[in-house]
Structure formats: structure tokens, C-alpha cells
Design a protein around this ligand. Structure first.
Ligand code: ASP
Ligand code: MG
Length: 421
């Protein structure tokens, strides 16, 4: 069995859905095909604003209206004059409204509320797409990912119960061999007591990997708007090179450093079962793309670049000018972990400890506040963190382009630099 994943950009309009359906249709040689789909376009961002207790509730009515018009327009264009699809969407939107009013809007419930509301994006998108595929004559089963991917109740970052998910997924498969396509939602899962969870933003890739693991799939294909795994984000870089083969561990390292091509948790489950992962373009679906698998090296061998903007570099110094010792580090890491901050790069010297983190004021402000009660804190903003795998000095020089380097770390394979953006 093969697993396909289509992200929000691949289903963001009626034309995009038509194109996606064509890709599906041309890959039905081994049935059923498991298809995992995200919310349409930027729907998740919109739904985030409808979560009770989110900062932006003033525009809730307008946003709710926007959500309805967007999905109804797509549905009407895909299947003109069809009452069933309209009714299904309206029923789901009523369910969403009822869900929103039933939730307790306090901060303590925020993560729970988030999952109950935001998950509607995927439920609505897959409902429309399942209707459309069936309308085209592709025998499609809509399957509820909340019953397939079983998680604990860690809302917004559900942790997968692999055994329960495997059992649920295999039961589904036994019931669906007559179908051409099994269509399910990315990003969402469910708890034992039937509460909806999500797997973290951009988590649909991870959903595809979980299902592939549970089904012992033959491969996973992520259909994207780029021709494959590029050696740099084309937003930052003019002459990108497509990497055609990537070893599993290299993909994990790249995701760790912030390469945004695939969700960081995606690779581990498929690596454990030796399932290859293909990244292909839904714009040029005949083209070969990239594959992540059991390879020794990347092909072609070329430097890989990862840029992270909007970084802040904090230097933390003890108030009494004593050395930064292990007990200070323990305190600092305790605070970081409590606030939920991920450190992108760190370095210590005799008198200070420096960390480079994403400059998200909601997290950085309380961090600095808390650190200041024990340490002196200095910081530098508007920085860029550049990671170069397989660097050469020439490559580093051309990327730095004469900018002052605030911090630099080099290993045999990887160079990391912090420079003004
Ligand atoms: N719709 C979710 C998001 O935008 C999940 C995904 O697209 O992977 O984060
Ligand atoms: Mg998305």
C-alpha cells in the first residue's frame, strides 16, 4: 500500500483540488491508495483566530463568514448544483459553531480548545474532497483520523500510541479493500475517550508517516509545490540544486536545523520500517522529485543551506562575575524548558552563556524577565542563523558577504553562523 500526502497549498482552490484528484487518479495501480490531506490553503491560520481565548476575537464573525464562503465556493465549483456537499459543509460549520460556544474560554483550556476548533479545517477539506473523488467515479472511503491515530491527551502536541494506532489502522484496512482510495485527515488524532487532538503545526507529514508505519506501507509520497528537496529555500537563494537522494539521518539532521521541507518528526517512524519517502511536485507530477531512504550519502554532493531569520542572541552572565558553572546552566535550562523555548544554538565561555532562539516576544519577554532576576542579560536582535552542511570556506565567505559574525560553530560536516540579517 502507498501513502500520499497533500498539504494545504495543494488543495487551496477548486483548480488545485482538480489537479490533486488527477494526481491521485493516475496512481491507482495498487489499490487502495491511502491519501492524507491538510486543511485547504490557510484555513488553519484562520481557525486559530476562532479558538476561544485567542487574542483576536473581535473579527470572529467576519472570519467565520470567510471560512464558509471559501469552502462553499470550492465545493460549488467542484460539483455544481449538488445539494449533498453543501449540506455536509453547512452541518460541519454548525458543529464548529456549537463547539466554539460550548468551550470554556479560560487560558487553562486553551490547548484543548485549540484542537477541538482547529481540527475542523481538515474535517471539512477531506469531506469536500471525498465527495469530489466519488463524484469523479473514484471509489473513496472517508476515514476519520481521530479513530486511526490514537494519541494521549497532550493537546496541540498529541503523543502517538503506536500500538493502538496500529490496531485501529489495520482494522480499517480490513474493511476497505474494495475501495480505490482511503481518504483521511492530516494533523489530527484522537484520545481513548474520543477527544480530538492535533500533532503540532504542519503535522500532516507526520500523520502520513504514522499511517505508513502502521500499515507497513510500501512508500510515502509528499506532494508539494517545490520539485523536491532543495539544497536551500528558494525564498533565500537564487540557484538551488535539487537533492535526489537523502539518507534518513541526513533528513533528520536537516529538519533539526530548521529545513522546512518536511516536518521534523516525519522521518523516524518510516526509517524504523525502512519505508522510502518521496517528495514530488504536484505542479510537475511526472517529474521524479527526491527520495529519502537507506542511502549512504546525499546525491548530488553539494552544500546544503538552512536559514533561520528573526533570531535573538542572549548572553547570560552571573551577577557576581563568577564563572558560569553547571548549577547556573541547570537553572537556565529549567527556565527555558518551563517556558517552552527551543535553543537553536548555544555556546559558553568562562563568563557567559549565549543562546540563539527564535525571537517570539510572547516567549522571549517572560524569559528575559525571569533570567534577569538571577543574571545579567544582554541581547542582540534581528539576526540570521545560517547552517551550512558540507561547507567549504569559499561557500561560507560568499554567504556571510562581509557581515560581522557574532557567533560561529564548526564541526567536521556543519558550519553554523549568526550574522545580522
Ligand atoms: N493544517 C495544518 C497546518 O497548517 C497541518 C498541516 O498542514 O500539515 O499546520
Ligand atoms: Mg498546512
Amino acid at each position: 500500500m502507498k501513502v500520499f500526502k497533500f498539504g494545504g497549498a495543494s488543495v487551496n482552490s477548486a483548480d488545485a483540488v482538480r489537479n490533486m484528484a488527477q494526481v491521485v487518479q493516475s496512481h491507482l495501480e495498487s489499490k487502495p491508495l491511502m491519501v492524507v490531506v491538510s486543511a485547504m490553503g490557510k484555513t488553519t491560520n484562520l481557525l486559530e483566530k476562532l479558538v476561544p481565548g485567542s487574542a483576536d476575537v473581535s473579527s470572529a464573525n467576519t472570519l467565520r463568514q470567510q471560512l464558509e464562503v471559501y469552502h462553499l465556493d470550492i465545493a460549488k465549483s467542484l460539483i455544481p448544483n449538488d445539494k449533498t456537499i453543501i449540506k455536509k459543509i453547512q452541518d460541519l460549520l454548525h458543529q464548529l459553531d456549537n463547539t466554539i460556544v460550548s468551550l470554556q474560554p479560560d487560558a487553562a483550556h486553551y490547548n484543548y480548545n485549540y484542537d477541538q476548533v482547529v481540527s475542523f479545517g481538515e474535517i471539512i477539506s477531506t469531506t469536500i474532497i471525498a465527495e469530489y473523488l466519488n463524484h469523479l467515479g473514484i471509489n473513496t472511503l472517508w476515514s476519520d483520523a481521530r479513530q486511526l491515530i490514537q494519541t494521549d491527551n497532550h493537546y496541540r502536541e498529541g503523543r502517538v500510541d503506536w500500538q493502538a494506532s496500529e490496531t485501529a489502522t489495520k482494522t480499517l484496512l480490513a474493511d476497505s479493500i474494495t475501495h480505490s482510495v482511503i481518504l483521511t485527515q492530516g494533523f489530527i488524532g484522537g484520545t481513548v475517550d474520543h477527544k480530538t487532538t492535533t500533532l503540532g503545526r504542519e503535522g500532516s507529514d507526520y500523520s502520513a508517516a504514522i499511517l505508513a508505519y502502521c500499515l507497513n506501507a510500501e512508500s510515502v509520497t509528499i506532494w508539494k509545490d517545490v520539485p523536491g528537496f532543495l539544497n536551500a529555500d528558494p525564498k533565500f537563494f537564487a540557484d538551488t540544486v535539487k537533492i535526489s537522494q537523502i539518507p534518513y539521518n541526513e533528513a533528520i539532521e536537516l529538519a533539526y536545523y530548521g529545513a522546512s521541507v518536511i516536518h521534523p518528526k516525519t522521518v523516524k517512524p518510516i526509517q524504523n520500517k525502512g519505508i522510502p519517502l518521496f517528495i514530488r511536485s504536484f505542479i510537475t507530477p511526472e517529474a521524479e522529485g527526491s527520495s529519502i531512504g537507506d542511502y549512504k550519502t546525499i546525491v548530488p554532493e553539494t552544500p546544503l543551506y538552512i536559514f533561520k531569520n528573526n533570531q535573538i542572541l542572549l548572553s547570560i552572565l552571573p551577577r557576581d562575575y563568577s564563572f558560569i558553572a553547571e548549577d547556573n546552566l541547570q537553572v537556565i535550562f529549567g527556565i527555558l524548558s518551563k517556558i517552552g523555548i527551543r535553543v537553536n544554538l548555544m555556546q559558553n565561555s568562562a563568563l557567559s552563556f549565549s543562546i540563539c532562539i527564535d525571537n517570539n516576544p510572547q516567549l522571549v519577554t517572560p524569559l528575559i524577565e525571569e533570567l534577569k532576576s538571577m543574571f545579567r542579560v544582554r541581547y542582540n536582535e534581528n539576526l540570521q542563523l545560517i547552517t551550512i552542511r558540507y561547507y567549504t570556506q569559499e561557500v561560507i565567505d560568499s554567504i556571510v558577504a562581509g557581515r560581522p559574525i557574532l557567533l560561529e560553530q564548526r564541526s567536521r560536516t556543519t558550519e553554523q553562523l549568526i550574522v545580522p540579517a
